[in-house]
Write a protein that binds this ligand. Structure first.
Ligand SMILES: NC(=O)c1ccc[n+]([C@@H]2O[C@H](COP(=O)([O-])OP(=O)(O)OC[C@H]3O[C@@H](n4cnc5c(N)ncnc54)[C@H](O)[C@@H]3O)[C@@H](O)[C@H]2O)c1
Length: 312
């Protein structure tokens, strides 16, 4: 089988593509930055071409050339800094280009990345976990655009009978993450490099999921023919920045991590209690313990710095 991956040379895509190849798939990746990833170890199983998701001609011509029967769109702007016109082109028109090309070409299953950001602040849900059926409270550009993507996917499914599935990753973590939510990542990678780091509130809450785990989620859902639902929360490990700091200190007792205040961040944290029952029961995913992932990230950073691994 052949898979068309849009935005595949980024943080998550570079983990998704090798997993697809390991399952015997042929991949054509289209990215506006085709040279930021090296898939040479995967030989002729992966081809990367330059293409801009905001240009419908690029999307449909590359998708057609791929001969794919499955498509995944990971291209997006992870942030809220873009002017509205540019953000709309990439996040809204780009996603629609992927859906429309998939419709015209009769693609069997299309998967796209939504985000936990659609849920907005945790305070909307009190102390309970948000589900996929809850109201979407996003108010910032990124989350509102993801929320519209979910509506648009639902509209294509209703009007054209397509199979389109959205995954809402939580706060994805990994040693090379540089875009999106990065405080919970820097809290691990900076001490691993021996650098001091400081944050406003120890009780600020996050829901990290390792990039290898979210890549596995995307691949399982993409390779299924017709998932039972149109949207799946990934969930992750609910934790505070203070608790992540304590974990880091277990491996790096001299880590220089400071917080301005012990409290004050929880009430303004984004959604961090997330119900992923749907995903777990249908796709049987299991995430490695977060402590293991923290150690893995520390050791990957230390290896880059020429330092010995930590144990524990
Ligand atoms: N990383 C996270 O924590 C996280 C959390 C929730 C959701 N997501 C979603 O997962 C998806 C992948 O995230 P990521 O962390 O890999 O992001 P990333 O920024 O590392 O990767 C995005 C890729 O899209 C490409 N791209 C950007 N503009 C493009 C264009 N006009 N045409 C073609 N390609 C273009 C980039 O070159 C990049 O390779 C995104 O939709 C993101 O919103 C990520």
């Amino acid at each position: 089988m052949s898979i068309f991956v849009i935005g595949g040379t980024g943080f998550i895509g570079t983990r998704v593509i090798p997993l697809l190849v390991a399952r015997g798939e042929q991949v054509l990746c289209m990215d506006i930055n085709p040279h930021t990833a090296d898939f040479s170890a995967l030989g002729d199983k992966v081809t990367v071409v330059r293409g801009d998701v905001t240009q419908f001609d690029d999307v449909i011509s590359r998708m057609h050339a791929s001969g794919a029967d499955r498509v995944i769109n990971l291209s997006y702007n992870l942030g809220a800094e873009l002017p509205p016109h540019l953000a709309t082109k990439l996040n809204i028109i780009g996603m629609d280009n992927a859906f429309e090309a998939a419709r015209i070409l009769g693609i069997k299953h299309t998967v796209y990345a939504s985000s936990l950001a659609v849920s907005g602040q945790q305070s909307h849900f009190g102390e309970r976990a948000a589900t996929e059926d809850d109201y979407r409270y996003a108010t910032a550009q990124y989350g509102v655009h993801k929320s519209f993507n979910e509506f648009q996917a639902q509209d294509y499914v209703a009007k054209h009978g397509m199979a389109i599935t959205g995954i809402r990753p939580a706060n994805v973590t990994g040693p090379d993450k540089v875009r999106g939510s990065v405080d919970h990542v820097n809290l691990i990678t900076q001490p691993a490099r021996g650098n001091p780091i400081s944050f406003p509130f120890a009780d600020a809450m996050r829901c990290p999921i390792h990039v290898d785990d979210i890549a596995e989620v995307f691949v399982r859902v993409l390779l299924s023919d017709k998932p039972k639902h149109q949207i799946y929360n990934s969930g992750g490990h609910t934790t505070s920045l203070g608790d992540i700091a304590n974990l880091v200190r277990e491996f790096l007792p001299d880590a220089k991590i400071t917080f301005d205040k012990p409290t004050g961040g929880k009430d303004t944290s984004g959604n961090y209690l997330i119900d992923n029952t749907r995903l777990v029961s249908e796709f049987g995913v299991q995430y490695l313990p977060y402590r293991e992932r923290v150690r893995q990230i520390i050791n990957e950073v230390r290896a880059q710095e020429g330092l010995p691994p930590v144990r524990g």
